[in-house]
Design a protein around this ligand. Structure first.
Ligand SMILES: Nc1ncnc2c1ncn2[C@@H]1O[C@H](COP(=O)(O)OP(=O)(O)OP(=O)(O)O)[C@@H](O)[C@H]1O
Length: 342
């Protein structure tokens, strides 16, 4: 087998921000004007990351973990405080123009479409910006119009688009110049289920066609359906790096049903009937929490089993999200074992 080429190579990557340190109140603000003091915050704290051509990587972590900062370092928007980074052989912050030709970026909560222009005009501006030859532009547009069904959106002003339409147009805008790697930040946030499915199907196709994808998301469905590898980052460091499949089997395929009962929960009785589930007490003595592997039994079967044993007043089903996944990783592995775990 031919060796795969590294597309992203980061080693010892560090980004520090200076944050103003000021005492509270007006006196503090005035003092800060005279003697400025700063705290140094390491948003990215020594990241080693290699992404090979054709990989699909979920880059996840809690809020403030350093995900966006990493992506900004990869796009060249930020200059690292220390360490090395190359994307397709280019040092992003040294040669932002060359780097921009290789990368596409989509932010779910922001758009790169010109708000007051028809979608078509943004595409033409991008064509000129990236100096895409006419024949390549035609081919790329034809393909994107077909798979993203954006043809009817071309004459529409960007501000008139629905969220789902805007996301499809934004994906097209990011891919028009056929980048080798795409960074996607929460690409399905706020979308309804059917549009979400379409976006995920499109991303799967993109990966199948050989584009490298780095996806930041809080949605476990995005990870499971689009990515083969998951990198978990917390406090600026990589805590876990491995195949999604392993996590899917051991961690992510769980749901929790929370019951409110008419009387105090008989935990032992319920454990006897649901031996492969985790049965625990909730906040109050009439609350019951059952966590189970949803690949073994559906939530309906768990609810029916409990309702056959005790009187249930109310219930809620929660599928686990990325936050649960990260918490479970912390619980499962000691901090030492987590670092660099593969
Ligand atoms: N320009 C900046 N100046 C100062 N601090 C910053 C700056 N940008 C980010 N930070 C801080 O760096 C840390 C990491 O931020 P970052 O945006 O990379 O996190 P994130 O993992 O993307 O979080 P989220 O999921 O909330 O987007 C945070 O504590 C943030 O407040």
């Amino acid at each position: 087998m031919a060796p795969t080429a590294a597309l992203v190579e980061a080693s010892g990557l560090v980004k520090e921000f200076r944050r103003p340190r000021k005492a509270p109140g007006l006196a503090g603000a005035l003092r800060h004007l005279v003697t400025r003091r700063f705290d140094v915050h390491r948003a990215v704290d020594g990241i080693d990351l290699r992404v090979d051509e054709g990989e699909s990587v979920a880059y996840v972590g809690p809020n403030g973990a350093g995900k966006s900062t990493t992506v900004k370092l990869l796009t060249g928007i930020l200059v690292p405080t220390a360490g090395e980074v190359r994307v397709a052989g280019v040092v992003p912050h040294r040669d932002r123009v060359a780097n921009a030709r290789n990368v596409g970026v989509v932010f779910g909560q922001r758009t790169q479409l010109w708000w007051d222009l028809p979608v078509q005009d943004t595409f033409e501006l991008l064509r000129d910006m990236y100096r895409i030859p006419a024949a390549d532009y035609r081919r790329s547009m034809d393909r994107l119009c077909e798979v993203l069904e954006i043809g009817p959106l071309l004459p529409v002003l960007a501000r008139k688009l629905s969220l789902g339409q805007r996301m499809r147009a934004d994906l097209a805008a990011a891919l028009l110049h056929e980048p080798r790697i795409v960074y996607l930040d929460e690409p399905t946030i706020g979308l309804d289920v059917s549009v979400k499915d379409r976006v995920r199907a499109f991303l799967r196709q993109l990966v199948a066609d050989g584009t490298t994808v780095l996806l930041t998301t809080h949605d476990v469905g995005d990870i499971e359906e689009v990515c083969r590898r998951i990198v978990v980052v917390d406090e600026g460091r990589i805590r876990h790096d491995g195949p999604v499949d392993v996590l899917r089997d051991t961690l992510a395929g769980h749901s929790t049903v929370r019951f409110q009962l008419a009387a105090p929960a008989p935990l032992e009785l319920i454990r006897q009937h649901l031996p492969d589930a985790e049965v625990s007490a909730g906040a109050g003595e009439r609350d019951l929490v059952v966590r189970f592997d949803r690949t073994l039994r559906p939530a309906g079967a768990v609810a029916a089993a409990v309702m056959g044993l005790v009187e249930v007043r109310d219930l809620r089903i929660d599928d686990e999200g990325v936050a649960d996944l990260i918490r479970r990783l912390h619980e499962r592995d000691s901090p030492a074992a987590l670092t660099g775990a593969g």
